[in-house]
Design a protein around this ligand. Structure first.
Ligand code: ISL
Ligand code: CA
Length: 547
């Protein structure tokens, strides 16, 4: 496999609205991010992915763009963005920008033109259809509730929106639109952006009826053209496509370097394993064996072709430790470290979502009035109308709301958590007095320093970057373990996923110096049995030079 500069790196995802407020309006901004680069540098990350910072009316917090060439007023100016890019260089940090190419805001000039008349030159930038038998042309449902079709009185046609109705889908069948997008991307490349995360990019192909086209392979044609006209023309860029619908075979097509589409994709098989955001409201039961099976399958299948992205959460999903670990005071830290060990030992690019390196947790606000996410708010209204009792709706929201991940970054224990000196746009998680960056930085056993060490290991050990993957103890109900191998180097990762202690047979003698990292200080091994305490995790070097 050809080595790439980003292969041994870890990406840190920033949700700018909730990261750091520099001008006391309660909203995170670019200068706020700039003021915290030292922190990211200390953690050791060299790539940050910025969620959208373009001009936007914020129906969907920046994922509804009204001007791709401008910065959102609340976040700052184009000068601030250039200054951030410059300052990042001093810390050896590259920026990946979020590209929302599947849709725009309804307030974008293109859509304003498009909806003004049927013969407007921008009409074909969006997807307009006549009614079929007096109704919506297809039965597809939008992600944020209702039909994907919205009736527009003025020109008497429907337009399509995969997400909310203020996010009309761009019509990729129109080559003029595509060229406009390429031009815009080159504008940002010229500003020094080192990569892109392509939002909902599997959504761009539509068939004649305006339906989401997943079968024809057109999405791959579009991506190759995009690549050829933009990021493919520059070396040293990295791209990751968000592809909610992708299975293994799609992933190979998207991320096989020979095909020149994308470097890697986000697939959502783990994110959907318990039913969260899969379109059903019933929670899905799953076991650790299911999780092992899904993660191992992706490791094996993308081993030679393509590249994995590894993540436990992002701005659309609940907090990792609350969802896959244990966020009770007793086990929060140890289980957060266990999850980190498991993920960062795998092959692919790990992504850290802001606050995950502190073990930040989910939130349960008292009432719907404290929630801000459009998906959550629409869900609440929809279920209320269906007659769900309020308690049931809130229970669901506590588990699943995207706002779990969007409460402000917890910097310290001062009022407003050091995020701002005024009330933030969304309420803080009250546990900020306990869980915050200052406290983590002051404690060498913190989750923060654990992540730092994992990042360092990846920078120094080829086996973690390029090694093969083999699942161990497959049938064990509470241990997730695997071996990585690269030439004569090998590493064994062992994670107890549960609160209960357990044991495994281990015919291997190892010393403390062979333990690359662990969330416990001592080992419990007798004869050939390794005893594992609650959420215990170890990464052991089992072969190679240093041993
Ligand atoms: O398809 C999915 C999972 O199978 C969804 O998670 C889907 O990929 C996701 O909702 C798309 O999210 C992205 O685009 C949205 C935006 O609200 C999200 O924040 C963004 O991550 C619309 O732009
Ligand atoms: Ca601000």
């Amino acid at each position: 496999m050809e080595r790439k500069w980003w292969h041994d790196q870890v990406v840190y995802q920033i949700y700018p609205r909730s990261f750091m407020d520099s001008n006391s309006d309660g909203i995170g901004d670019l200068n706020g991010i700039k003021s915290k680069l030292w922190y990211l540098h200390r953690l050791g990350v060299q790539i940050i992915w910025l969620c959208p910072v373009y001009r936007s009316p914020n129906r969907d917090n920046g994922y509804d763009i009204s001007d791709y060439y401008q910065i959102m007023e609340e976040f700052g100016t184009l000068e601030d963005m250039c200054a951030l890019i410059e300052e990042c260089k001093n810390y050896n940090i590259s920026i990946i920008m979020d590209l929302v190419l599947s849709h725009s805001s309804d307030l974008h000039e293109w859509f304003q033109q498009s909806r003004s008349s049927r013969d407007n030159p921008y009409r074909e930038y969006y997807i307009w259809k006549d009614p079929v038998e007096g109704k919506e042309p297809t039965a597809e449902k939008a992600f944020f509730g209702g039909s994907v079709w919205e009736w527009d009185e003025k020109t008497a046609q429907y337009y399509r929106h995969t997400f909310c109705k203020e996010q009309p889908d761009l019509n990729w069948n129109n080559s003029r639109l595509r060229r406009e997008l390429y031009k815009m991307i080159r504008f940002w490349m010229d500003k020094g952006i080192k990569g892109f995360r392509l939002d909902a990019i599997d959504n761009i192909a539509k068939d004649e009826q305006g339906r989401h086209d997943t079968a024809s392979g057109k999405v791959h044609e579009f991506l190759r053209e995009l690549n050829e006209n933009t990021f493919g023309t520059a070396k040293h860029l990295v791209t990751v496509g968000e592809t909610g619908s992708a299975g293994i075979e799609d992933a190979k097509l998207y991320s096989d370097p020979k095909r020149r589409e994308l470097d890697m994709i986000f697939q959502f098989e783990v994110m959907g394993i318990d039913g969260t955001r899969t379109g059903t409201v019933e929670p899905k039961e799953y076991t650790l064996k299911d999780l092992k099976q899904v993660m191992s399958k992706w490791q094996a299948e993308l081993d030679d072709v393509g590249w994995n992205s590894l993540f436990w959460s992002n701005h659309d999903y609940p907090r990792a430790v609350s969802r896959f670990g244990n966020d009770s005071p007793k086990y929060r830290t140890v289980s957060a470290k266990m999850l980190a060990t498991l993920l960062h030992g795998m092959k692919g690019t790990p992504y850290i979502y802001q606050g995950e390196e502190l073990g930040m947790t989910n939130i349960a606000f008292n009432g719907i009035y404290d929630y801000r996410d459009i998906e959550t708010l629409n869900f609440y209204e929809e279920k209320k109308a269906e007659g769900w009792p309020k308690e049931r709706i809130m229970e669901y929201i506590y588990q699943n709301s995207r706002d779990n991940a969007r409460t402000p970054m917890q910097w310290d224990a001062s009022k407003y958590a050091g995020f701002s000196d005024t009330a933030p746009w969304i309420r803080l998680n009250p546990n900020y007095t306990e869980i915050n960056a200052a406290k983590n930085l002051a404690d060498k056993h913190s989750v923060f320093y654990y992540y730092k060490k994992l990042i360092e290991l990846r920078h120094t050990m080829d086996v973690l970057v390029y090694g093969t993957y083999q699942l161990e103890y497959e049938a064990h109900p509470q241990v997730f373990s695997y071996t990585r191998r690269y030439h004569d180097e090998s590493v064994l990762v062992i994670c107890n996923f549960c609160e209960a202690s357990c044991s495994i047979p281990l015919n291997l003698s190892f010393e403390d110096k062979d333990v690359l990292i662990s969330n416990y200080e001592t080992r419990q091994k007798k004869n050939s049995i390794l005893y594992l305490r609650p959420y215990e995790a170890l990464m052991i070097q089992t072969g190679g030079k240093a041993r």
